[in-house]
Design a protein around this ligand. Structure first.
Ligand SMILES: C[S@@+](CC[C@H](N)C(=O)[O-])C[C@H]1O[C@@H](n2cnc3c(N)ncnc32)[C@H](O)[C@@H]1O
Length: 347
């Protein structure tokens, strides 16, 4: 957090006060980043430094509020003000749409209403022990169904994260066993994980099962990876039916759900397998206070948004074994994010 300016910290404050001020100011910084990204200001500024009036014309935003947003963005060093023009900084450059390592999808897909609204009610969740009650029809997936554009950003943000996991898999030399012929990515979204696995397994075919709105960009991702002719897209509901396969993938799925609901998904995978079929669970693991920061933070988000949870290895293992799978091994994927693959088999 060092160096991030905050509404609540002053130069004179002691380090602990400054740190709390920065933590409390985070909620404002988050929305500034999100709206800057939403208006595509970094893309417009990448073309040339511009005045607030030019940016208002380009984005259709109201001039006075936009000028004030730009002033706040300058405080956060997303833009720099030179005279009456704004220039994009290196930090702001990461919010452009099509640069390598772009974080625009994260800003638009993750700082989205289902997450933002739920986090605003974290206190209620902690006090009551129940996920946020949005009324019917609730839940992020229903929200995404009604808002396909946001669903697209969420799918891209997930896919960006999965691409990082794939890099760690590549570095670890992790792939499918030679005998795998039919691989089903359950809740596989844009197909980023399946694409990687099938590229390295030319004799295998696959299927991506997901909600229709999450599959919207899968054809392009699979095509770019050169595997589209080997993959079937299955719009559907993993609580109703899972396509048959000899390897089922669950990447970032079980953490969305409580144990009873996770078991329903796992039973569907088990029914769609045969003796010897594999289930590969791609996940973070909770490891206690000395572990990396991402699992407990993701755990909190899952708890708040949907009543899901990250789990320890014994918890996850017990959950998957409870529907009839046999645990084989855990493969840590070393790298910047604490990914693990848990391998299970139908006895
Ligand atoms: C957290 S994302 C994980 C996406 C992908 N597996 C990854 O690791 O990047 C969860 C996925 O589950 C999908 N999903 C949620 N409910 C579903 C359902 N009932 N049937 C099928 N897919 C569902 C969502 O659309 C979303 O793509």
């Amino acid at each position: 957090m060092a160096g991030i300016p905050s509404l609540f910290s002053t130069e004179g404050d002691d380090p602990a006060t400054r740190e709390v001020g920065q933590l409390l100011g985070g909620w404002m910084a988050t929305q500034v980043v999100r709206v800057i990204a939403e208006l595509a200001l970094p893309d417009h500024l990448a073309e040339a430094p511009r005045t607030a009036a030019e940016l208002a014309d380009l984005t259709g935003a109201a001039l006075d509020p936009l000028t004030r947003l730009l002033s706040a963005a300058a405080v956060y060093r997303i833009v720099r003000r030179d005279g009456d023009r704004y220039t994009l900084t290196e930090t702001g450059d990461r919010l452009r749409a099509d640069v390598p390592g772009s974080l625009r999808a994260l800003a638009l897909g993750f700082v989205a209403p289902p997450m933002w609204d739920a986090l605003g009610r974290l206190g209620d969740v902690v006090r009551s022990g129940r996920p946020v009650d949005r009324g019917a029809p609730g839940g992020p997936w229903e929200y995404f169904e009604r808002n396909p554009e946001v669903a697209g950003w969420f799918a891209r943000a997930m896919s960006d994260g999965t691409a990082g996991m794939v890099q760690q898999m590549r570095a670890a030399g992790y792939g499918l066993p030679d005998w795998a012929r039919r691989v089903v990515d359950v809740g596989g979204s844009r197909g980023t994980l399946l694409s990687y696995l099938l590229q390295a397994a030319p004799g295998a075919t696959g299927a991506v099962l997901d909600r229709a709105e999450a599959l919207a960009e899968a054809p392009k991702v699979l095509d770019d990876a050169g595997v589209a002719d080997r993959v079937e897209l299955v719009p559907g509901n993993f609580f109703a039916a899972v396509p048959p396969g000899d390897v089922h993938l669950l990447s970032n799925i079980l953490h969305d759900w409580d144990d009873a609901t996770s078991r329903a998904i796992l039973r569907g995978c088990h029914r769609a397998g045969r003796p010897g079929s594999l289930l590969l669970v791609f996940t973070f693991l909770l490891t206690g206070s000395a572990g990396p920061p991402h699992p407990p933070l993701m755990d909190l988000l899952m708890m708040t948004v949907e009543g899901g949870r990250e789990r320890t290895l014994p918890e996850l293992r017990g959950l998957v074994e409870s529907v009839g799978y046999e645990f084989l091994r855990t493969v840590p994927l070393d790298g910047p994010m604490p990914w693990h693959v848990l391998e299970f088999r139908i006895p």
